[in-house]
Design a protein around this ligand. Structure first.
Ligand code: HPA
Ligand code: ZN
Length: 342
């Protein structure tokens, strides 16, 4: 298939994004603009020099830069602008449903109020729902390099805004911070009605995926690449239809894999795992949903059925109602039926 044809096909697929850190969608141009209006000096003197700094050997090197970038976000309008920029961008890529993460502790630890963060993000999500017809869910992520006690404080701060939050997640530095560290706060979060997900098996071992399932009781695993090290774990994921939200460009940029050709998504689909493709931190990793689909499809030579399966899986793995899932899945199937490809 010609590259331009593949791009056009991917553009037209109705898509769902289930693994996106809103702070990771902070493009350098907007970062400069917000830094300027908040009178904050950035370490960089130009957009080019920021982009040059985006070379990472591992997750931690990325996180250090990602947390620094987020420091210019102070006011509700900043969080609105960040979220709105992301939503208009993915709307242009035919993303019709999003389930996005935010990291409250990255902001509350700097003295920014939980209300400021969530009101800005939610206002943009609501506007996108009204004006762009994008449906959404919001997931509050605990930072795993901090203590469980800190996570409990965040849970407490979230309670007045419980009606705006659908689930909790677990992100940041994985190695040395296993899911088991957060058993109690995940239990308390479930008691508040939050759905549960966690990053596991990105840099950490398959054992961390077991812990996320058995100890945290997550309904979905973010990344989960390392599951293929453990056949019993793969069986478990298949039997319970636990989705894995994969992020191919992120995996290449953070050296989770050496090159895109090594990405495990096809192996996972072949085994019957509910694998999906997302963008993680698109401003840092070189692409949004379409670029993730495109680079994966190109490197792994994905065929029509595999592309369609990935798109369907994302709606299946989402937290939409059964009826909404079926509607989107029909749209995906209809779309592929109109295409004349193998
Ligand atoms: N992994 C863990 N934590 C993160 C990531 C990621 O890819 N992106 C933002 N926080
Ligand atoms: Zn992530």
């Amino acid at each position: 298939m010609e590259s331009s044809d593949l791009l056009k096909i991917i553009q037209g697929i109705p898509k769902a994004e289930l693994h996106l850190h809103i702070e990771g969608s902070f493009e350098p141009e907007l970062m400069f603009e917000i830094a300027k209006r908040n009178n904050i000096a950035l370490e960089y003197d130009s957009i080019e020099s920021i982009k040059k700094a985006y070379k990472f050997n591992n997750l931690q090197e990325f996180l250090d830069i990602y947390y620094t970038g987020a420091q210019v976000l102070i006011h509700e309008q900043d969080f609105f602008d960040l979220t709105w920029a992301y939503l208009t961008k993915v709307h242009s890529q035919n993303v019709v449903h999003v389930e996005i993460f935010f990291d409250p502790q990255t902001h509350t630890d700097r003295g920014v109020g939980f209300d400021v963060v969530i009101n800005g993000i939610t206002r943009a999500l609501e506007k996108a729902n009204q004006e762009l017809n994008i449906s959404y869910k919001l997931i509050m992520s605990y930072l795993r390099h901090l203590s469980e006690e800190e996570a409990f404080k965040t849970l407490e701060s979230s309670l007045p805004y419980k009606h705006l939050i659908d689930g909790v997640g677990l992100d940041s530095s994985e190695k040395g911070n296993p899911p088991s560290k957060f058993v109690n706060v995940f239990k308390a979060s479930a008691n508040q009605g939050y759905k549960l997900v966690a990053h596991a098996g990105e840099e950490g071992p398959a054992d961390y995926i077991w812990e996320a399932l058995d100890l945290l009781k997550v309904v979905r695993v973010d990344h989960g690449n390392r599951c293929l090290d453990d056949d019993t774990l793969v069986q478990r994921l298949i039997e319970e239809n636990i989705p894995l939200t994969l992020c191919p460009l992120s995996n290449v940029e953070l050296k989770v894999i050496q090159k895109m050709e090594d990405h495990p998504v096809v192996k996972m689909l072949d085994r019957g795992i509910l694998a999906t493709i997302h963008s993680d931190d698109p401003a840092y990793f070189g692409g949004y949903m379409n670029e993730n689909y495109y680079e994966t499809a190109k490197a792994l030579n994905l065929n029509r059925d595999q592309l369609m399966q990935l798109a369907i899986n994302a709606f299946e793995a989402s937290w939409l109602t059964r009826e909404a899932k079926e509607n989107h899945i029909s749209e995906v199937k209809n779309y592929f039926n109109t295409l004349n490809i193998e």
